[in-house]
Design a protein around this ligand. Structure first.
Ligand code: 9MG
Length: 291
């Protein structure tokens, strides 16, 4: 398998104005500012209007619980989700980013594929661009490059509407590794150096249960590329399908996936349940660094 390997994984990485030690695990709290997200949908909205106070209350709790990042998203990637305009996405995320930057000490990650949102979120102080489409939308590569911020490239097969219609791979880990090699090349050509790139295999995005389980089992192969790895499995159907649990009963399964991902090299874990995941990862880290 041909991989673009960095000789040494950087221990520290700059996310806007904050430097983070990536030799330790970090938790990213999910703040979906959408009325239709899959696991916590709707409760930051009343009559289709954003409740900024509710979003900030959730953000404050997540920071107190130990989140290093808050991931703010205004476009749902749930299959069949409504299409949002650029203005709608901006109206959802910008007040939340501005309020967090004004009052909380945390790195804001902007979950978007939209060039205009990338640019304005960065201006408002976001420290990471998290794109489930790996900067493939027209203008996204240049917009991200202009911000000089780190970018998280997530793998998705297909698009959110059709991605679960019979996803197929020759070898899931190799195929995704090659995909990252290509996207990293495009990033480099647009002025985004490899040192500012994180990768994420995109659990649940164009993958069967078997694909997701294989990906987690062999995550160390992707981590060996030398780029920081971010993962998101919290409350996803891969947990529900194994345990036969509804969305609100997937915490324990999610903790198992977080710890296994960390042990295999992931350094940032995107979750809804921050306090519990911080404890699980602190415990795993203590074991990993023990002699
Ligand atoms: C926005 N979003 C939803 N799921 C995600 C995942 O698994 N990874 C990343 N980076 N973003 C996600």
């Amino acid at each position: 398998m041909t991989c673009q390997v960095l000789t040494k994984r950087p221990a520290k990485m700059l996310f806007g104005d904050q430097r983070l030690d990536l030799s330790q695990p970090h938790v990213m709290g999910v703040i979906n500012v959408t009325p239709d997200s899959f696991s916590d949908g709707g409760n930051l909205f009343a009559s289709q209007a954003l409740c900024l106070d509710a979003a900030m209350a959730r953000a404050r709790v997540m920071v107190e619980e130990g989140a290093s990042f808050l991931d703010i998203g205004g476009e749902s990637t749930r299959p069949g989700a409504d299409i949002v305009s650029v203005q709608q996405e901006l109206d959802r995320v910008m007040p939340v980013i501005e309020a967090i930057k004004a009052s909380l000490d945390v790195i804001v990650s902007i979950d978007t594929s939209t060039p205009e949102v990338i640019a304005l979120a960065a201006k408002a102080g976001a420290g990471l661009i998290n794109d489930v489409r790996a900067l493939s939308r027209k203008g996204a590569l240049q917009a991200a490059s202009d911000t000089q911020l780190p970018v998280c490239l997530m793998h998705m097969q297909g698009d959110p509407k059709t991605m679960q219609n019979d996803p197929t791979y020759d070898c899931i880990v190799e195929d995704i590794s090659h995909y990252f090699d290509e996207r990293i090349k495009h990033c480099n050509q647009s002025g985004i150096p490899t040192e500012r790139i994180l990768i994420d295999p995109g659990f649940g995005f164009g993958k069967t249960l078997s694909h997701n389980l294989q990906l987690l089992k062999h995550l160390d192969i992707l981590a060996s590329k030398g780029l920081p790895v971010l993962v998101g499995m919290s409350r996803k159907s891969m947990i529900g399908n194994v345990l036969n649990r509804p969305v609100d009963e997937r915490l324990y399964g999610g903790l198992a996936t977080a710890v296994m991902a960390y042990e295999r090299g992931a350094r940032i874990v995107r979750v809804h349940d921050v306090a519990q995941t911080v404890d699980a990862l602190r415990m795993a880290h203590a074991i990993m660094i023990s002699d």
